[in-house]
Ligand binder design. Structure first.
Ligand code: ADQ
Length: 478
């Protein structure tokens, strides 16, 4: 059921920064919408089955919003953002203030009052759209750090709805969060929800500590008690961990197709059939530890431990947030390092590092994962990291080895990976060597354990667990 058949609104409304579709302009100028790749869309599709579901989000282009339309079993409602709002709300406050602050201040967050003003205004518009679409007593699921004020704004507009919010990125310690000039407003915005979901328990605990220390609110177990603005009575808000995952089955199915298996073979062949292939796949983001990884790799080349063409590294770095200065600088640093490593250690026809600043489709990603002997996932801080889980899902052959940073949410679940501290370059080098040289039986045992975990905790289970917890969240006492 996609439409609002009885005319009273939608039972489940998802509110996220982006719509689950991308606008595609064909050669002849006609416009159509194509489903964005990614687990969130798949997970939502199945939880929306049998319900009247709507999705509120930005189309990704500045300017007037396209008319609402139905697609893939959902009603899609685009929120329009002007170019100035994109600059203030999205590039500014979301990606240049909150993103670095919530990732342990790896780069310095910038605090600009006009950015926050834009953030507040855009959050209000998202809240209004959700309020207009939700059926009486509907469930509204708000996503991520771009929309932290929406829960409270929505509660004011529609006190009847159940509100859940999920944070895809880490939540910082109170000592760091306290830097935010608008810290009280952000926490109050979040406390409009009935259930707040985080990737790790530590994130939920950080949030509860912020409530105690900065707002003097009482907490008990995983709940916080919030006084009603009217002064009458209280509400209870639960903050708990719901580690996100991937659509494991469909990815494994894709990896098993003859076309992907053949493509993986072809990739190795095109690389000169190296004995050992290492792979990194990340958005080009300073949180992902790409520079630390390249530094360790360059040293292993300089030490003579690794040598092309027998050993090669493929580093895929997806273009990301290119209008934000810190990202432009990072790109320059990464490209300088790759150029130097290839100049010093490569030969004609055999570079030490193959660097691809490009996006690929799912099949190509699966083929890369299947081709790689060692996957390097070395973020300095990461809410979860789906690349680690995707690699594991594709290794139906139980081959390969995963080097995984302790600073990812995924490391809490994938503890049979080769865990590393990316800040410790010597330690990182040792871990890369250990993953390359481990006994094949040991590697297989580890991969089997990792695969079991990802199979049993897929994105469907994540969405089901969150929504089930939202239904029974304490909320307001009867
Ligand atoms: P991201 O920071 O974007 O997500 P991640 O979890 O690794 O990080 O997801 C990246 C996704 O992009 C993966 O599905 C990957 O396959 C895809 N991808 C990467 N490079 C690509 C390329 N070149 N071409 C095509 N696809 C590519 C945020 C948080 C994470 C959290 C997720 C989900 O920062 O910590 O795991 O949300 O909650």
């Amino acid at each position: 059921m996609t439409e609002d058949e009885d005319g009273d609104g939608y039972d489940l409304v998802v509110v996220a920064n982006r719509l689950p579709v991308d606008r595609v302009v064909d050669d002849d100028g006609t416009v159509h919408w194509q489903q964005s790749p990614g687990g969130l869309v798949t997970a939502m599709e199945s939880v929306m089955t049998g319900r009247e579901g709507a999705w509120v989000g930005w189309s990704g282009d500045p300017g007037e919003a396209p008319e609402p339309f139905d697609d893939g079993g959902m009603h899609l409602h685009a929120v329009g953002l002007t170019a100035e709002e994109v600059a203030d709300h999205y590039e500014g406050f979301s990606n240049d203030t909150l993103w670095p602050l919530y990732h342990d201040v790896i780069v310095a967050p910038r605090y600009r009052r006009s950015w926050y003003e834009g953030y507040r205004r855009v959050n209000q518009r998202f809240a209004q759209a959700a309020a207009d679409l939700a059926a009486p007593d509907a469930t509204v699921w708000v996503h991520d750090y771009q929309l932290q004020l929406v829960p409270q704004m929505l509660r004011e507009l529609r006190p009847d709805v159940r509100i859940g919010w999920f944070n895809h990125i880490p939540f910082p310690s109170v000592e760091l969060f306290a830097q935010l000039p608008w810290r009280r407003a952000v926490v109050q915005g979040l406390l409009g929800a009935d259930l707040l979901g985080f990737q790790r328990r530590a994130d939920a605990e950080n949030f509860l500590r912020v409530c105690r220390r900065l707002l003097a609110l009482p907490t008990r177990g995983d709940t916080v008690t919030v006084p009603d603005p009217t002064g009458e009575g209280t509400r209870t808000v639960r903050a708990a961990a719901f580690p996100i995952s991937i659509d494991e089955r469909s990815l494994e199915e894709l990896a098993r197709t003859p076309a992907v298996v053949e493509r993986a073979r072809q990739i190795r062949h095109d690389l000169g059939d190296p004995e050992r292939l290492l792979l990194g796949v990340d958005r080009l983001d300073y949180t992902k530890g790409i520079r630390h990884r390249l530094k360790a790799y360059e040293e292993l080349l300089a030490d003579g431990v690794l040598k092309p063409p027998g050993t090669v590294l493929v580093q895929v770095a997806t273009p990301s947030r290119e209008r934000v200065t810190a990202y432009r600088l990072l790109r320059e640093q990464v490209e300088l390092t790759v150029g130097r490593a290839n100049g010093d250690h490569g030969a004609i026809g055999s570079p030490a590092i193959h660097y691809l600043h490009q996006s690929f489709d799912r099949a190509e990603m699966a083929a890369l994962y299947l081709a790689a002997d060692v996957m390097l996932v070395t973020p300095l801080r990461d809410g979860m990291n789906l690349v680690a889980k995707e690699y594991v899902a594709c290794r139906y052959d139980e081959g390969g080895a995963l080097v995984l940073s302790e600073f990812t949410g995924a490391s809490g679940e994938l503890d049979r990976a080769f865990l590393c501290n990316p800040h410790d370059i010597d330690g990182l080098k040792t871990t890369i060597r250990a993953a390359l040289d481990a006994d094949p039986r040991e590697k297989r045992r580890r991969m089997r354990a990792l695969r079991r975990r990802v199979r049993e905790h897929d994105v469907q289970r994540w969405a089901d667990d969150f929504l089930a917890a939202l239904v029974v969240a304490p909320g307001r006492p009867a």
